[in-house]
Design a protein around this ligand. Sequence first.
Ligand SMILES: [Zn+2]
Length: 499
Amino acid sequence: MSKRSRRLGRRVARAAAAIALCLAGAGTARAVTYSGAYAIRNARVIDGTGAPATEHVTILIDGERITRIGHDLDVGDRQVLDATGLTLLPGLIDSHVHLNSVPGAMLRKDPRELYERLRRTELPAYVAAGVTTVLDAATPKDFLAWAREQVAATGAGPDILMLAPFLTPAGGYFGDATMRGEAFDELWEPIDSPERLVAELDAARGVPGVVGTKVTMEKGFGPFDVWPVFDANMRARIREEAAARGLPIFVHSMSDPEHELALDLAPKVMVHAGYQDDAPSVETLARMRDERVAVISTLGVTDQFLIKSEPSRLDDPLLRLVAPPLELASARDPAAWDAIGLATAELSVPTWMPRFVPRLSTGLYLSDWMLRRRVAHAKDGVRALRDAGIPILMGTDSGCWPVFTALFHGFTSLREVELLGEAGLTPMEALLASTSVPARVLGIDGDVGTVAVGKRANLLLVKGNPLADLTTIRNVAWTVKAGVARTPQDWMASAGAWP
Ligand SMILES: [Zn+2]
């Protein structure tokens, strides 16, 4: 028997043992889980450092950690996950999600019980889509504590970081009930005084997973100034009080003038690239670069609207696995799209204007021409940021405003990676923006973001080679979360996401 066929024989025997092991505990489902001490063999590895891919790599995993990486490693008696034909990458990091927001919930007026049931599917959806870390960009802290407990109990969810507190002036963006609905009923109080600012910042102290505070600087969705923003005095106060607590500032701003105001806060990160309706100026780009600001892409927010005219996007098998049928049905519903258009248009004009104005502008707001123009602008903005040398972080805004139906948790992160490529980043740049760059900016690079000995085994294995074709990032074969490897199907099943 040749060396190769002996090796093959051993491999088949071990795989059979692994399957048998898991079948014993999983009824009739063909669930295969690798955990404890095992090896991933014959993978193409993109390690997240920017180095070219390496072929035929073996990785040993012990518990939650990567313990060895090499080409001809002795795997001993370990179970072997055969990664032939697969590319292994660091697990993806989505730097902008809203875990307490269920797509379409506000539009459908989901009763609380249904809402909470749908929400439980989101955590496994991320892991099934290869996303092993998320940054929640402002959610009530009690909810985040619940989400982190869920992940600790089932293992089937991403590591969760959060921004807190959420600082918006009274009546400002997301500061009033018409926009939040019931879904956001427990959000942080609007900041109407310096005392309130101090109280909210102090309340966020010591909350696990907080990596910064979020400040809104958006004046309106359209050409009108609808929402107030913090004035210069308050911006200075926020900058000082956050710095005094060692809390980096993340700003929500969408256009060049808003990004300029945001820079007064000495922010670490802009949570949106924005630029849907305008283009960045050379001066603003230079300021952002010189002040070492990183920017989260969120191209998905604009791109999701195109599902209105391209419903075939909803047929993707991974999306159908991770998104509840009810959510997919809303995203197909023409009446829901009309309602989204009206809700968005109503928020885009000042309240003193007659209500027929938003009704008239609804058709224009969601017209195919306008949507495609906005997507093209947003991509141009991200490319300009990249060209200026500003670090780009992959982030989707998944969940977002729960009127939106198509910002699905988990799946949208994979679409965002593709969108970075469509915006003009190289496949390698898009992958780094989804792994080691956010790890470094968010301060978790000692633990995740690259494939290296000693790091936490948060990994993604896809069929094909994303460096040759970025869309293969959708072909998730396995996700390894904290050392546990499962297929997307088994991640969803393991969390009991579906009855
Ligand atoms: Zn957001």
